[in-house]
Ligand binder design. Structure first.
Ligand SMILES: Nc1ncnc2c1ncn2[C@@H]1O[C@H](COP(=O)(O)OP(=O)(O)OP(=O)(O)O)[C@@H](O)[C@H]1O
Ligand SMILES: [Mg+2]
Length: 259
């Protein structure tokens, strides 16, 4: 039933600044299957955002390759939509509806009337129908993130890329947004590649979790078949401890990511 959608093979990613060559990730391998909620988990600086940039097509590997449905990624495309941590990712001069319509129109995917219907469908999915004509500055952080998620999902991409989308929210809103994301997933089983440095969030969101080591980011371990609905329970606590041990087994001096 499942098929490999995204393949990351031996991917080394580097930044060349005038003085330095920074190796962000080193020979990273993983495969995202259709309908996976695949989480990249690791401490700050391990190259999670850099990997997402490369999957987004904004950065080329110096080694290895990334393919989507068997085709090498060499540029950004409407088949991959990104949701960021920052609340200011929306266009401030456009309403919620116009923001969600924007990529549908800019990519030429749909004519105006269809784009509007599609946008409203996804605005409804994130419970913001009443705010379709509101401007971003009148919304809370959580609402803005819902708009960004609706905008990404409305494009019905092959894969949704989410870089710590809830990290700037307060704990309660964050929890609510995690639940909402899972409800959306229950609805359409979209494929998501989700970045976090919170072990608890990784367990809540992911059905599969890739554990990464810092400087340069390498794969430490991969956990498959993480059960749903375990947040807060004893099983979740045990898994958190196991992940913590895996992440920091040979790096006791490293600062632990917050849980
Ligand atoms: N534009 C850049 N130029 C040079 N080095 C960079 C650049 N962006 C990131 N780096 C470096 O690459 C490494 C990986 O950074 P990245 O932002 O991918 O980490 P991250 O895992 O997303 O961290 P965080 O959890 O803090 O967001 C770090 O050492 C960082 O300093
Ligand atoms: Mg990051």
């Amino acid at each position: 039933m499942h098929e490999a959608l995204l393949e990351v093979r031996g991917v080394t990613l580097q930044y060349k600044t005038r003085e330095h060559l920074v190796t962000a990730t080193y020979r990273v391998d993983f495969q995202v299957l259709r309908s996976d909620r695949f989480v990249l988990l690791g401490p700050s600086g391990c190259g999670k955002s850099t990997l997402l940039k490369a999957v987004g097509g904004y950065m080329a590997p110096t080694e290895g390759e990334i393919t989507l449905k068997g085709r090498r990624i060499d540029r950004p495309g409407p088949d991959r939509m990104m949701v960021f941590q920052e609340f200011d990712q929306l266009l401030p001069w456009k309403t919620v509806r116009q923001n969600v319509m924007f990529p549908l129109l800019a990519s030429g995917k749909l004519p105006v009337r269809d784009a509007e219907a599609k946008a409203m469908q996804y605005i409804d999915k994130v419970n913001l129908s009443k705010f379709a004509d509101s401007y971003p500055h009148t919304l809370s952080g959580g609402m803005k993130q819902r708009v960004a998620i609706a905008r990404g999902m409305a494009m019905e991409p092959d894969i949704l890329l989410m870089d710590e989308p809830f990290a700037a929210l307060d704990a309660l809103t964050r929890r609510k947004m995690q639940e909402e994301l899972l409800q959306l997933w229950d609805d359409t089983q979209f494929t998501v590649l989700f970045v976090t440095h919170s072990i608890a969030e990784a367990i809540t969101i992911g059905n599969r979790i890739l554990l990464m080591s810092p400087h340069p980011g390498q794969v430490k371990a991969e956990l498959d078949s993480v059960p749903r609905e375990m947040a807060g329970g004893e099983a979740a606590k045990a898994l958190e401890i196991r992940i913590h041990d895996l992440l920091f087994a040979d790096a006791v001096e490293e600062e632990a990511p917050h849980v």
